[in-house]
Design a protein around this ligand. Structure first.
Ligand SMILES: C[S@@+](CC[C@H](N)C(=O)[O-])C[C@H]1O[C@@H](n2cnc3c(N)ncnc32)[C@H](O)[C@@H]1O
Length: 283
């Protein structure tokens, strides 16, 4: 499709209804690809029109994010967030994309709502520690849906980064949620997000995951935060904890086969590639 045709198409189909978030985000992606910002003498009329559409769509999205933020701040937000998550998962399933570690428009929505200020500099990680990468939002919502957390649960994300998992779980459930993260800049950022969204049930602790007091949690989440001997130390500590009481361990990404191989854990169902796996400790 020519750039001009595309502009005409964007204007013909109104993307203004709040529910058309996905279409707006996809349109913004296309506008960015075909019409890179060329302000100044070289700017053509078509570029100016593209920029005007871009500003309008971004403003509509910003208004939607602000609405959901206000609902969360008032102690709600759960239903509207889950409504988007369900719509995204249904759309992804329809085109066979529910698995995979790629990101989609739901991640844009979550970033717009949580409004992280991504830190410019972070410390270099030691061997066996895995750099920050968030769990795609559709997998977080899929997990929240499947683990059915109650007010008696405490979800602990080991290596929580900017805190998506504890923050989204705190918004969508009545459980207490804790993020354990080594990088102070990420912890500060996650704490700011929890504070501005008025989420008192979520806490972020800056420490090495090996130093965790594992007695605090009922459900532990790991998106491959570390490997090798660090993973071994943490799994051994979880095994000791599981000998005292029932716990659940949820795994995403390359660490899943390692965790699936632990004899003290039992998968809650068949393991699906690229979907969060849920394990129960054996009684
Ligand atoms: C792949 S990211 C997962 C982020 C987050 N759990 C999520 O799913 O969105 C791994 C995170 O683990 C952190 N990390 C790595 N080694 C760690 C350790 N020994 N203790 C605590 N955090 C660690 C990294 O800084 C990074 O933020």
């Amino acid at each position: 499709m020519s750039a001009l045709q595309m502009l005409v198409e964007e204007q013909k189909h109104s993307l203004d209804e709040p529910d058309r978030l996905r279409d707006r985000i996809e349109a913004l992606d296309r506008l960015e690809t075909y019409f890179p910002d060329e302000r100044g003498a070289g700017e053509t009329d078509i570029h100016r029109r593209a920029r005007a559409i871009q500003v309008r769509l971004e403003t509509l999205n910003h208004t939607l994010y602000q609405t959901v933020r206000c609902e969360i701040q008032r102690g709600g937000g759960r239903d509207s967030l889950l409504r988007w998550a369900t719509a995204s998962n249904q759309a992804a399933r329809a085109v066979g994309q529910v698995s995979g570690e790629g990101y989609d428009y739901l991640d844009e929505l979550v970033s717009g709502i949580l409004q992280f200020e991504n830190p410019d500099t972070v410390a270099e990680l030691a061997a066996e520690m895995v750099f920050y990468q968030p769990t795609p939002a559709r997998h977080v919502f899929d997990l929240i849906d499947r683990i059915a957390l109650t007010e008696r649960d405490v979800l602990v994300d080991l290596g929580s980064g900017l805190g998506h998992v504890p923050l989204l779980a705190a918004i969508c459930t009545n459980a207490r949620c804790i993020g354990i993260e080594l990088e102070l800049a990420y912890v500060d950022c996650a704490r700011r997000s929890a504070k501005t969204l008025n989420l008192p049930r979520v806490t972020f602790i800056q420490q090495d995951a090996r130093a965790t007091d594992f007695s605090i949690g009922t459900v532990f989440f790991l998106y491959t935060p570390f490997t090798g001997t660090i993973m071994r130390t943490v799994l051994d500590a979880l095994r000791v904890e599981a000998a005292r009481r029932a716990i659940r361990v949820c795994a995403f990404g390359p660490c899943t086969p390692t965790i699936a191989g632990e004899p003290w854990l039992q998968a809650a169902g068949p393991l699906e590639t690229d979907r969060v796996a849920i394990f129960h400790s054996r009684g």
